[in-house]
Design a protein around this ligand. Structure first.
Ligand code: NAP
Length: 516
Protein backbone atom coordinates (compact mmCIF):
# COMPACT_ATOMS: atom_id res chain seq x y z
CA UNK A 1 0.00 0.00 0.00
CA UNK A 2 1.45 3.38 -0.96
CA UNK A 3 2.12 5.75 1.92
CA UNK A 4 0.62 8.85 0.40
CA UNK A 5 -1.73 9.42 -2.50
CA UNK A 6 0.03 11.29 -5.28
CA UNK A 7 -1.29 14.30 -7.11
CA UNK A 8 -0.97 13.91 -10.87
CA UNK A 9 -1.47 16.74 -13.35
CA UNK A 10 -2.17 15.88 -17.00
CA UNK A 11 -0.50 18.07 -19.62
CA UNK A 12 -3.01 18.35 -22.44
CA UNK A 13 -3.00 21.73 -24.18
CA UNK A 14 -1.62 22.27 -27.68
CA UNK A 15 -1.93 26.06 -27.49
CA UNK A 16 0.72 26.38 -24.75
CA UNK A 17 4.34 25.15 -24.69
CA UNK A 18 4.56 21.75 -22.99
CA UNK A 19 7.47 22.93 -20.83
CA UNK A 20 5.50 25.93 -19.54
CA UNK A 21 2.58 23.68 -18.59
CA UNK A 22 4.92 21.32 -16.75
CA UNK A 23 6.54 24.20 -14.84
CA UNK A 24 3.11 25.55 -13.84
CA UNK A 25 2.05 22.10 -12.60
CA UNK A 26 5.24 21.72 -10.56
CA UNK A 27 4.84 25.19 -9.09
CA UNK A 28 1.31 24.25 -8.05
CA UNK A 29 2.59 21.17 -6.22
CA UNK A 30 2.17 18.26 -8.66
CA UNK A 31 3.79 14.97 -7.52
CA UNK A 32 3.53 13.44 -10.99
CA UNK A 33 3.14 14.86 -14.48
CA UNK A 34 1.05 12.92 -16.98
CA UNK A 35 2.07 13.66 -20.56
CA UNK A 36 -1.08 13.10 -22.58
CA UNK A 37 0.73 12.54 -25.86
CA UNK A 38 -2.60 11.71 -27.54
CA UNK A 39 -3.74 15.32 -26.90
CA UNK A 40 -0.48 17.07 -27.77
CA UNK A 41 0.46 17.73 -31.38
CA UNK A 42 4.17 18.52 -31.03
CA UNK A 43 5.78 15.19 -30.11
CA UNK A 44 9.21 16.78 -30.62
CA UNK A 45 8.60 19.05 -27.63
CA UNK A 46 7.69 16.03 -25.52
CA UNK A 47 10.79 14.10 -26.60
CA UNK A 48 13.02 17.08 -25.79
CA UNK A 49 11.41 17.50 -22.39
CA UNK A 50 11.97 13.84 -21.53
CA UNK A 51 15.67 14.19 -22.28
CA UNK A 52 16.07 16.91 -19.64
CA UNK A 53 16.36 16.06 -15.95
CA UNK A 54 12.96 16.32 -14.29
CA UNK A 55 11.97 16.99 -10.70
CA UNK A 56 9.07 14.52 -10.53
CA UNK A 57 8.26 11.36 -12.47
CA UNK A 58 6.31 11.55 -15.72
CA UNK A 59 3.47 9.29 -16.77
CA UNK A 60 3.51 8.62 -20.49
CA UNK A 61 -0.03 8.17 -21.81
CA UNK A 62 -1.12 7.80 -25.43
CA UNK A 63 -4.79 7.09 -24.85
CA UNK A 64 -6.59 5.35 -27.71
CA UNK A 65 -9.84 6.77 -29.07
CA UNK A 66 -11.46 3.43 -28.24
CA UNK A 67 -11.06 4.25 -24.53
CA UNK A 68 -11.94 7.92 -24.82
CA UNK A 69 -8.50 9.34 -25.70
CA UNK A 70 -7.29 11.40 -28.62
CA UNK A 71 -5.21 8.77 -30.45
CA UNK A 72 -7.16 7.58 -33.49
CA UNK A 73 -4.07 6.83 -35.60
CA UNK A 74 -2.34 3.64 -36.50
CA UNK A 75 -1.77 1.18 -33.61
CA UNK A 76 1.75 0.21 -34.75
CA UNK A 77 2.68 3.92 -34.76
CA UNK A 78 1.34 4.20 -31.22
CA UNK A 79 3.40 1.21 -30.12
CA UNK A 80 6.50 2.73 -31.74
CA UNK A 81 5.85 5.99 -29.90
CA UNK A 82 5.49 4.14 -26.59
CA UNK A 83 8.87 2.56 -27.32
CA UNK A 84 10.75 5.67 -28.42
CA UNK A 85 9.37 7.96 -25.69
CA UNK A 86 9.28 5.21 -23.06
CA UNK A 87 13.00 4.59 -23.41
CA UNK A 88 13.60 8.23 -22.51
CA UNK A 89 11.70 8.12 -19.24
CA UNK A 90 12.01 6.52 -16.50
CA UNK A 91 8.61 7.01 -14.99
CA UNK A 92 5.28 5.37 -15.64
CA UNK A 93 3.74 4.13 -18.87
CA UNK A 94 -0.06 3.98 -18.93
CA UNK A 95 -1.71 1.71 -21.47
CA UNK A 96 -5.18 0.23 -21.72
CA UNK A 97 -5.42 -3.30 -20.31
CA UNK A 98 -7.49 -4.41 -23.34
CA UNK A 99 -4.78 -3.31 -25.81
CA UNK A 100 -2.04 -4.86 -23.68
CA UNK A 101 -3.92 -8.18 -23.41
CA UNK A 102 -4.67 -8.19 -27.16
CA UNK A 103 -1.28 -7.31 -28.64
CA UNK A 104 1.88 -9.38 -28.19
CA UNK A 105 3.78 -6.61 -29.96
CA UNK A 106 2.62 -4.01 -27.43
CA UNK A 107 3.45 -6.33 -24.52
CA UNK A 108 6.91 -6.93 -25.94
CA UNK A 109 7.62 -3.20 -26.48
CA UNK A 110 6.26 -2.25 -23.08
CA UNK A 111 8.37 -5.04 -21.60
CA UNK A 112 11.37 -3.47 -23.27
CA UNK A 113 10.72 0.01 -21.90
CA UNK A 114 9.77 -1.40 -18.52
CA UNK A 115 12.98 -3.36 -17.95
CA UNK A 116 16.21 -1.88 -16.62
CA UNK A 117 18.70 -0.65 -19.23
CA UNK A 118 21.20 -3.14 -20.65
CA UNK A 119 23.94 -1.79 -18.39
CA UNK A 120 21.51 -1.90 -15.48
CA UNK A 121 21.97 1.86 -15.12
CA UNK A 122 18.56 2.97 -16.29
CA UNK A 123 15.86 2.40 -13.66
CA UNK A 124 12.89 0.61 -15.11
CA UNK A 125 9.58 2.25 -15.97
CA UNK A 126 6.53 1.16 -14.09
CA UNK A 127 3.51 -0.10 -15.96
CA UNK A 128 0.00 1.23 -15.36
CA UNK A 129 -2.67 -0.94 -16.95
CA UNK A 130 -5.95 0.93 -17.22
CA UNK A 131 -9.61 0.38 -17.91
CA UNK A 132 -12.15 3.09 -18.82
CA UNK A 133 -15.92 2.90 -18.92
CA UNK A 134 -17.35 6.09 -20.43
CA UNK A 135 -20.94 4.96 -20.02
CA UNK A 136 -21.59 3.81 -16.49
CA UNK A 137 -20.46 2.21 -13.25
CA UNK A 138 -21.30 -1.48 -13.75
CA UNK A 139 -22.91 -3.54 -11.01
CA UNK A 140 -20.05 -5.97 -10.59
CA UNK A 141 -16.95 -3.82 -10.18
CA UNK A 142 -14.81 -6.60 -8.74
CA UNK A 143 -15.09 -8.58 -11.97
CA UNK A 144 -13.72 -5.58 -13.88
CA UNK A 145 -10.82 -4.88 -11.57
CA UNK A 146 -9.73 -8.47 -10.85
CA UNK A 147 -7.84 -9.13 -14.15
CA UNK A 148 -5.94 -5.86 -13.74
CA UNK A 149 -4.94 -6.73 -10.18
CA UNK A 150 -3.88 -10.19 -11.35
CA UNK A 151 -1.83 -8.78 -14.27
CA UNK A 152 1.89 -7.88 -14.13
CA UNK A 153 0.96 -4.16 -13.90
CA UNK A 154 2.79 -2.16 -11.26
CA UNK A 155 -0.34 -0.06 -10.83
CA UNK A 156 -3.90 -1.00 -11.81
CA UNK A 157 -6.24 1.78 -12.87
CA UNK A 158 -10.02 1.60 -13.30
CA UNK A 159 -12.11 4.59 -14.32
CA UNK A 160 -15.91 4.45 -14.55
CA UNK A 161 -18.64 6.98 -15.21
CA UNK A 162 -20.71 7.86 -12.17
CA UNK A 163 -24.30 8.96 -12.62
CA UNK A 164 -24.85 9.48 -8.91
CA UNK A 165 -22.99 9.72 -5.64
CA UNK A 166 -24.09 6.13 -4.98
CA UNK A 167 -22.02 5.04 -8.00
CA UNK A 168 -19.08 7.08 -6.74
CA UNK A 169 -19.17 5.48 -3.28
CA UNK A 170 -19.26 2.04 -4.89
CA UNK A 171 -16.09 2.88 -6.83
CA UNK A 172 -14.37 4.03 -3.63
CA UNK A 173 -15.40 0.69 -2.14
CA UNK A 174 -12.91 -0.94 -4.54
CA UNK A 175 -10.04 0.96 -2.90
CA UNK A 176 -11.23 -0.08 0.53
CA UNK A 177 -11.49 -3.74 -0.43
CA UNK A 178 -8.22 -4.15 -2.31
CA UNK A 179 -6.37 -5.00 0.92
CA UNK A 180 -2.63 -5.51 0.53
CA UNK A 181 -2.66 -6.05 -3.22
CA UNK A 182 -0.91 -3.82 -5.73
CA UNK A 183 -1.46 -0.04 -5.94
CA UNK A 184 -4.83 0.85 -7.40
CA UNK A 185 -6.31 3.95 -8.97
CA UNK A 186 -10.12 3.77 -8.81
CA UNK A 187 -12.12 6.79 -9.80
CA UNK A 188 -15.24 7.90 -11.58
CA UNK A 189 -15.74 10.48 -14.29
CA UNK A 190 -18.65 12.89 -14.41
CA UNK A 191 -19.72 15.53 -11.88
CA UNK A 192 -21.00 12.76 -9.62
CA UNK A 193 -17.53 11.23 -9.59
CA UNK A 194 -15.88 14.21 -7.91
CA UNK A 195 -15.92 12.53 -4.54
CA UNK A 196 -13.82 9.64 -5.85
CA UNK A 197 -11.14 12.13 -6.89
CA UNK A 198 -11.22 14.14 -3.68
CA UNK A 199 -11.40 11.14 -1.34
CA UNK A 200 -8.67 9.02 -2.97
CA UNK A 201 -6.25 9.79 -0.07
CA UNK A 202 -8.83 8.70 2.49
CA UNK A 203 -9.03 5.24 0.96
CA UNK A 204 -5.40 4.78 -0.13
CA UNK A 205 -5.76 5.41 -3.87
CA UNK A 206 -2.40 5.50 -5.65
CA UNK A 207 -3.05 8.90 -7.21
CA UNK A 208 -5.65 11.42 -8.17
CA UNK A 209 -5.70 13.70 -11.21
CA UNK A 210 -6.26 17.43 -11.17
CA UNK A 211 -6.30 19.77 -14.15
CA UNK A 212 -3.94 22.73 -14.33
CA UNK A 213 -6.96 24.92 -15.11
CA UNK A 214 -10.51 24.50 -16.43
CA UNK A 215 -9.33 24.46 -20.09
CA UNK A 216 -6.86 21.64 -19.41
CA UNK A 217 -9.37 19.12 -18.02
CA UNK A 218 -9.49 15.99 -20.17
CA UNK A 219 -12.06 13.97 -18.27
CA UNK A 220 -15.52 15.14 -17.27
CA UNK A 221 -15.65 16.04 -13.58
CA UNK A 222 -11.88 16.44 -13.24
CA UNK A 223 -11.31 19.19 -10.65
CA UNK A 224 -8.72 21.90 -11.12
CA UNK A 225 -5.66 22.01 -8.90
CA UNK A 226 -7.00 25.14 -7.22
CA UNK A 227 -10.34 23.49 -6.42
CA UNK A 228 -8.73 20.36 -5.07
CA UNK A 229 -6.06 22.07 -2.98
CA UNK A 230 -7.87 25.23 -1.88
CA UNK A 231 -11.58 24.38 -1.68
CA UNK A 232 -11.24 20.73 -0.62
CA UNK A 233 -7.92 21.00 1.31
CA UNK A 234 -6.86 17.80 -0.43
CA UNK A 235 -3.42 17.60 1.19
CA UNK A 236 -5.04 17.37 4.62
CA UNK A 237 -7.29 14.41 3.70
CA UNK A 238 -6.32 11.09 5.23
CA UNK A 239 -7.86 7.83 6.43
CA UNK A 240 -9.51 9.46 9.45
CA UNK A 241 -10.93 12.52 7.72
CA UNK A 242 -14.67 12.79 8.41
CA UNK A 243 -16.85 13.38 5.36
CA UNK A 244 -19.84 15.72 5.00
CA UNK A 245 -21.82 16.68 1.96
CA UNK A 246 -24.93 17.98 0.30
CA UNK A 247 -27.44 15.50 -1.11
CA UNK A 248 -29.74 16.78 -3.83
CA UNK A 249 -30.53 16.64 -7.54
CA UNK A 250 -28.94 18.61 -9.02
CA UNK A 251 -26.26 19.86 -6.60
CA UNK A 252 -23.74 21.27 -9.06
CA UNK A 253 -24.78 24.85 -8.33
CA UNK A 254 -24.80 24.40 -4.54
CA UNK A 255 -22.76 26.90 -2.55
CA UNK A 256 -22.57 24.36 0.28
CA UNK A 257 -19.11 22.93 -0.59
CA UNK A 258 -17.53 26.40 -0.66
CA UNK A 259 -19.17 27.55 2.54
CA UNK A 260 -18.80 24.38 4.65
CA UNK A 261 -15.22 23.64 3.56
CA UNK A 262 -14.28 27.25 4.37
CA UNK A 263 -15.93 26.83 7.77
CA UNK A 264 -13.97 23.64 8.52
CA UNK A 265 -10.74 25.35 7.47
CA UNK A 266 -11.41 28.48 9.53
CA UNK A 267 -12.23 26.33 12.58
CA UNK A 268 -9.02 24.35 11.93
CA UNK A 269 -11.01 21.12 11.95
CA UNK A 270 -10.48 17.90 10.00
CA UNK A 271 -13.22 17.20 7.49
CA UNK A 272 -14.25 17.64 3.90
CA UNK A 273 -17.66 18.53 2.45
CA UNK A 274 -18.66 17.31 -1.02
CA UNK A 275 -21.51 17.57 -3.51
CA UNK A 276 -23.43 14.27 -3.63
CA UNK A 277 -25.96 14.14 -6.46
CA UNK A 278 -28.58 11.47 -5.81
CA UNK A 279 -31.38 10.68 -8.33
CA UNK A 280 -34.60 12.55 -7.61
CA UNK A 281 -36.92 9.71 -6.65
CA UNK A 282 -37.34 8.24 -3.17
CA UNK A 283 -35.81 4.92 -4.24
CA UNK A 284 -32.59 6.71 -5.23
CA UNK A 285 -32.39 8.49 -1.90
CA UNK A 286 -33.14 5.32 0.09
CA UNK A 287 -30.47 3.37 -1.84
CA UNK A 288 -27.88 6.06 -1.08
CA UNK A 289 -28.71 6.16 2.64
CA UNK A 290 -28.75 2.37 2.88
CA UNK A 291 -25.23 2.22 1.41
CA UNK A 292 -23.86 4.87 3.80
CA UNK A 293 -25.58 3.27 6.78
CA UNK A 294 -24.29 -0.22 5.99
CA UNK A 295 -20.72 1.10 5.62
CA UNK A 296 -19.90 3.45 8.50
CA UNK A 297 -16.22 3.07 7.58
CA UNK A 298 -16.86 5.34 4.58
CA UNK A 299 -16.75 8.05 7.21
CA UNK A 300 -19.83 10.12 6.33
CA UNK A 301 -20.77 11.99 9.49
CA UNK A 302 -23.28 14.58 8.34
CA UNK A 303 -25.31 15.63 5.33
CA UNK A 304 -27.14 18.71 4.15
CA UNK A 305 -30.29 17.71 2.29
CA UNK A 306 -31.67 19.87 -0.47
CA UNK A 307 -34.30 19.65 -3.21
CA UNK A 308 -35.90 17.25 -3.96
CA UNK A 309 -34.89 15.09 -0.99
CA UNK A 310 -36.02 17.03 2.08
CA UNK A 311 -39.31 15.13 2.32
CA UNK A 312 -37.57 11.89 1.30
CA UNK A 313 -35.15 12.29 4.20
CA UNK A 314 -38.02 12.60 6.67
CA UNK A 315 -39.76 9.56 5.16
CA UNK A 316 -36.57 7.50 5.25
CA UNK A 317 -35.81 8.37 8.87
CA UNK A 318 -39.36 7.47 9.88
CA UNK A 319 -39.29 4.19 7.95
CA UNK A 320 -36.00 3.24 9.54
CA UNK A 321 -37.22 4.24 13.02
CA UNK A 322 -34.46 6.84 13.31
CA UNK A 323 -34.65 10.12 15.24
CA UNK A 324 -36.39 13.21 13.83
CA UNK A 325 -36.44 16.58 15.62
CA UNK A 326 -39.83 17.99 16.56
CA UNK A 327 -39.10 21.05 14.38
CA UNK A 328 -38.38 18.96 11.26
CA UNK A 329 -41.52 16.91 11.88
CA UNK A 330 -43.56 20.09 12.16
CA UNK A 331 -42.14 21.46 8.91
CA UNK A 332 -42.53 18.07 7.22
CA UNK A 333 -38.98 18.17 5.84
CA UNK A 334 -35.41 17.37 6.93
CA UNK A 335 -32.52 19.47 5.66
CA UNK A 336 -29.82 18.14 8.00
CA UNK A 337 -28.76 14.58 8.77
CA UNK A 338 -26.40 13.89 11.65
CA UNK A 339 -24.76 10.51 12.12
CA UNK A 340 -25.28 9.53 15.73
CA UNK A 341 -23.85 5.99 15.63
CA UNK A 342 -22.61 3.29 13.27
CA UNK A 343 -26.10 2.68 11.90
CA UNK A 344 -28.04 5.58 13.35
CA UNK A 345 -28.94 9.04 12.14
CA UNK A 346 -30.97 11.93 13.35
CA UNK A 347 -32.69 14.52 11.19
CA UNK A 348 -33.35 18.19 11.80
CA UNK A 349 -34.40 21.30 9.92
CA UNK A 350 -32.27 24.45 10.08
CA UNK A 351 -34.23 26.38 7.42
CA UNK A 352 -36.49 27.66 10.22
CA UNK A 353 -33.54 28.89 12.31
CA UNK A 354 -31.97 30.42 9.19
CA UNK A 355 -35.09 32.31 8.24
CA UNK A 356 -35.59 33.81 11.70
CA UNK A 357 -31.89 34.70 11.99
CA UNK A 358 -32.05 36.47 8.62
CA UNK A 359 -35.06 38.55 9.72
CA UNK A 360 -33.40 39.32 13.05
CA UNK A 361 -30.62 41.13 11.20
CA UNK A 362 -33.21 43.95 11.23
CA UNK A 363 -33.32 44.94 14.91
CA UNK A 364 -36.73 44.70 16.57
CA UNK A 365 -38.59 43.40 13.54
CA UNK A 366 -39.71 40.18 15.19
CA UNK A 367 -39.17 41.06 18.79
CA UNK A 368 -41.16 44.27 19.25
CA UNK A 369 -42.59 43.84 22.78
CA UNK A 370 -46.35 43.81 22.86
CA UNK A 371 -46.78 43.54 19.07
CA UNK A 372 -47.24 40.50 16.91
CA UNK A 373 -45.87 41.49 13.52
CA UNK A 374 -48.04 40.94 10.47
CA UNK A 375 -46.14 38.91 7.88
CA UNK A 376 -46.95 38.04 4.28
CA UNK A 377 -45.48 34.79 2.96
CA UNK A 378 -45.40 34.50 -0.83
CA UNK A 379 -45.37 30.87 -1.96
CA UNK A 380 -46.53 27.54 -0.55
CA UNK A 381 -43.66 25.18 -1.41
CA UNK A 382 -41.00 23.67 0.82
CA UNK A 383 -39.35 26.90 1.94
CA UNK A 384 -42.72 28.56 2.50
CA UNK A 385 -43.67 25.72 4.82
CA UNK A 386 -40.50 26.21 6.87
CA UNK A 387 -41.12 29.98 6.88
CA UNK A 388 -44.73 29.67 8.04
CA UNK A 389 -43.78 27.18 10.79
CA UNK A 390 -40.95 29.43 12.04
CA UNK A 391 -42.95 32.66 11.86
CA UNK A 392 -46.02 31.19 13.59
CA UNK A 393 -43.79 29.78 16.33
CA UNK A 394 -42.18 33.22 16.67
CA UNK A 395 -45.64 34.72 17.34
CA UNK A 396 -46.20 36.44 13.97
CA UNK A 397 -49.58 36.79 12.30
CA UNK A 398 -49.02 35.16 8.92
CA UNK A 399 -50.96 35.42 5.65
CA UNK A 400 -50.01 33.11 2.78
CA UNK A 401 -50.37 34.09 -0.89
CA UNK A 402 -49.65 31.51 -3.55
CA UNK A 403 -50.16 31.30 -7.28
CA UNK A 404 -51.94 27.97 -6.82
CA UNK A 405 -54.48 29.07 -4.25
CA UNK A 406 -55.44 25.59 -3.04
CA UNK A 407 -51.85 25.08 -1.84
CA UNK A 408 -51.93 28.38 0.06
CA UNK A 409 -55.16 27.31 1.78
CA UNK A 410 -53.71 23.92 2.67
CA UNK A 411 -50.55 25.43 4.15
CA UNK A 412 -52.50 28.07 6.10
CA UNK A 413 -54.80 25.44 7.51
CA UNK A 414 -51.90 23.25 8.64
CA UNK A 415 -50.49 26.10 10.75
CA UNK A 416 -53.69 27.93 11.73
CA UNK A 417 -52.96 31.12 9.77
CA UNK A 418 -54.66 33.00 6.90
CA UNK A 419 -54.55 32.55 3.10
CA UNK A 420 -55.56 35.13 0.48
CA UNK A 421 -55.75 35.08 -3.35
CA UNK A 422 -52.44 35.60 -5.18
CA UNK A 423 -53.88 38.63 -7.07
CA UNK A 424 -54.27 40.49 -3.75
CA UNK A 425 -50.66 40.05 -2.61
CA UNK A 426 -49.68 43.70 -3.20
CA UNK A 427 -52.49 45.16 -1.09
CA UNK A 428 -51.66 43.82 2.36
CA UNK A 429 -50.62 46.41 4.96
CA UNK A 430 -47.93 44.46 6.79
CA UNK A 431 -44.56 44.83 8.53
CA UNK A 432 -42.72 41.97 6.76
CA UNK A 433 -42.88 40.24 3.36
CA UNK A 434 -41.04 36.95 2.86
CA UNK A 435 -40.69 35.74 -0.72
CA UNK A 436 -40.60 31.94 -0.75
CA UNK A 437 -41.39 31.56 -4.45
CA UNK A 438 -38.65 30.92 -6.95
CA UNK A 439 -39.61 34.06 -8.90
CA UNK A 440 -36.51 36.18 -9.59
CA UNK A 441 -34.12 33.27 -9.25
CA UNK A 442 -31.35 32.91 -11.83
CA UNK A 443 -31.72 32.80 -14.84
CA UNK A 444 -35.07 34.67 -14.58
CA UNK A 445 -33.44 37.61 -12.82
CA UNK A 446 -35.76 40.23 -14.39
CA UNK A 447 -38.83 38.78 -12.70
CA UNK A 448 -40.26 39.82 -9.35
CA UNK A 449 -43.07 38.27 -7.29
CA UNK A 450 -44.37 41.63 -5.99
CA UNK A 451 -45.29 44.82 -7.91
CA UNK A 452 -42.95 47.71 -7.03
CA UNK A 453 -45.88 49.89 -5.87
CA UNK A 454 -46.50 47.44 -3.02
CA UNK A 455 -43.10 48.38 -1.56
CA UNK A 456 -42.86 51.31 0.89
CA UNK A 457 -40.61 52.72 3.60
CA UNK A 458 -40.73 50.75 6.85
CA UNK A 459 -41.48 47.43 5.16
CA UNK A 460 -38.97 44.60 5.69
CA UNK A 461 -38.58 42.33 2.63
CA UNK A 462 -36.76 39.01 2.94
CA UNK A 463 -36.23 37.37 -0.43
CA UNK A 464 -35.23 33.76 0.26
CA UNK A 465 -33.87 33.52 -3.30
CA UNK A 466 -30.09 33.77 -2.95
CA UNK A 467 -28.97 33.29 -6.53
CA UNK A 468 -28.49 36.14 -7.42
CA UNK A 469 -27.55 37.60 -4.04
CA UNK A 470 -29.47 40.77 -4.91
CA UNK A 471 -32.75 40.06 -6.70
CA UNK A 472 -34.94 42.52 -8.56
CA UNK A 473 -37.34 42.40 -5.59
CA UNK A 474 -34.53 43.38 -3.20
CA UNK A 475 -33.38 46.20 -5.50
CA UNK A 476 -36.86 47.65 -5.89
CA UNK A 477 -37.51 47.33 -2.15
CA UNK A 478 -34.35 49.29 -1.33
CA UNK A 479 -35.15 51.92 -4.00
CA UNK A 480 -38.56 52.52 -2.40
CA UNK A 481 -37.19 52.90 1.11
CA UNK A 482 -38.04 49.41 2.34
CA UNK A 483 -35.45 47.30 4.16
CA UNK A 484 -34.28 44.39 1.99
CA UNK A 485 -32.76 41.26 3.55
CA UNK A 486 -30.95 38.91 1.18
CA UNK A 487 -31.59 35.18 0.96
CA UNK A 488 -27.84 34.89 1.44
CA UNK A 489 -28.40 35.73 5.13
CA UNK A 490 -30.85 32.87 5.46
CA UNK A 491 -28.58 30.48 3.59
CA UNK A 492 -25.61 31.36 5.80
CA UNK A 493 -27.59 31.11 9.03
CA UNK A 494 -29.06 27.71 8.15
CA UNK A 495 -25.58 26.49 7.15
CA UNK A 496 -24.14 27.81 10.42
CA UNK A 497 -26.87 25.94 12.32
CA UNK A 498 -25.91 22.75 10.45
CA UNK A 499 -22.27 23.28 11.40
CA UNK A 500 -23.29 23.57 15.06
CA UNK A 501 -25.37 20.37 14.85
CA UNK A 502 -22.54 18.36 13.27
CA UNK A 503 -19.61 19.70 15.25
CA UNK A 504 -21.16 20.84 18.53
CA UNK A 505 -19.57 24.26 18.25
CA UNK A 506 -20.33 27.71 16.93
CA UNK A 507 -19.77 28.20 13.21
CA UNK A 508 -17.16 30.68 11.94
CA UNK A 509 -19.78 32.82 10.23
CA UNK A 510 -17.38 35.46 8.90
CA UNK A 511 -15.31 32.86 7.05
CA UNK A 512 -18.49 31.31 5.65
CA UNK A 513 -19.72 34.69 4.47
CA UNK A 514 -16.38 35.45 2.84
CA UNK A 515 -16.42 32.08 1.02
CA UNK A 516 -19.90 32.73 -0.33
P1 NAP B 1 -40.86 24.76 -4.32
O1 NAP B 1 -41.28 23.85 -3.24
O2 NAP B 1 -40.74 24.25 -5.70
O3 NAP B 1 -41.93 25.99 -4.36
C1 NAP B 1 -41.88 26.96 -5.35
C2 NAP B 1 -42.90 28.04 -5.05
O4 NAP B 1 -42.75 29.08 -6.02
C3 NAP B 1 -44.35 27.57 -5.15
O5 NAP B 1 -45.10 28.23 -4.17
C4 NAP B 1 -44.74 28.04 -6.56
O6 NAP B 1 -46.12 28.28 -6.71
C5 NAP B 1 -44.00 29.33 -6.64
N1 NAP B 1 -43.78 29.76 -8.01
C6 NAP B 1 -42.95 29.21 -8.92
N2 NAP B 1 -43.01 29.90 -10.08
C7 NAP B 1 -43.89 30.91 -9.90
C8 NAP B 1 -44.37 31.95 -10.72
N3 NAP B 1 -43.94 32.11 -11.98
N4 NAP B 1 -45.26 32.82 -10.20
C9 NAP B 1 -45.68 32.68 -8.94
N5 NAP B 1 -45.28 31.70 -8.10
C10 NAP B 1 -44.39 30.82 -8.58
O7 NAP B 1 -39.47 25.47 -4.01
P2 NAP B 1 -38.80 25.77 -2.58
O8 NAP B 1 -37.93 24.66 -2.18
O9 NAP B 1 -39.88 26.20 -1.64
O10 NAP B 1 -37.82 26.96 -2.95
C11 NAP B 1 -38.34 28.26 -3.25
C12 NAP B 1 -37.20 29.26 -3.29
O11 NAP B 1 -36.53 29.32 -2.04
C13 NAP B 1 -36.12 28.92 -4.31
O12 NAP B 1 -36.04 29.96 -5.23
C14 NAP B 1 -34.81 28.88 -3.56
O13 NAP B 1 -33.82 29.67 -4.17
C15 NAP B 1 -35.15 29.51 -2.24
N6 NAP B 1 -34.40 28.82 -1.16
C16 NAP B 1 -33.66 29.59 -0.34
C17 NAP B 1 -32.95 29.00 0.69
C18 NAP B 1 -32.09 29.85 1.56
O14 NAP B 1 -31.44 29.31 2.47
N7 NAP B 1 -32.05 31.15 1.36
C19 NAP B 1 -33.04 27.63 0.91
C20 NAP B 1 -33.82 26.87 0.05
C21 NAP B 1 -34.50 27.48 -0.99
P3 NAP B 1 -47.13 27.11 -7.16
O15 NAP B 1 -47.51 26.39 -5.90
O16 NAP B 1 -48.25 27.85 -7.79
O17 NAP B 1 -46.38 26.25 -8.12
Amino acid sequence: MNARTLLAVPITRCDLPVGAQVRAALAAGADLIELRVDCLDDIGQVAKLLEQPHEVPFILTIRSAAEGGGWDGDESERVALFESLGLKLPGYVDVEYSAWARSANLRQKLGLVSSPGADGGRPRNRLILSYHDWRATPDDLDTVVRPLLDSPADVAKVVFTAHSATDAWRVLGLLRRRGGSRPLIAMAMGAAGLLTRVLAPKFGGFLTFAALDAESAVAPGQPTLAELLEVYRWRAIGPDTPVYGVVGWPVGQSKGPRVHNAALAAADMAGVYLPMPVPPDYAGFAEFMTLLTAQPELGVQGLSVTMPHKEHALRWLEQEAQTVSAGARRVGAVNTLIRTGAASWSGGNTDTVGLLAALRTVPGVLDDPGRRPQVVVLGAGGVARAAVAALCDAGCRVTVFNRTEARAAELAQAFGCAARPWAERGGADVRVVVNCTSVGMWPNVDETPLPADALRPGLVVLDTVYHPAETRLAREAAARGARAVSGVEMFLSQAAAQFALWHGRKAPLDAMRAAL
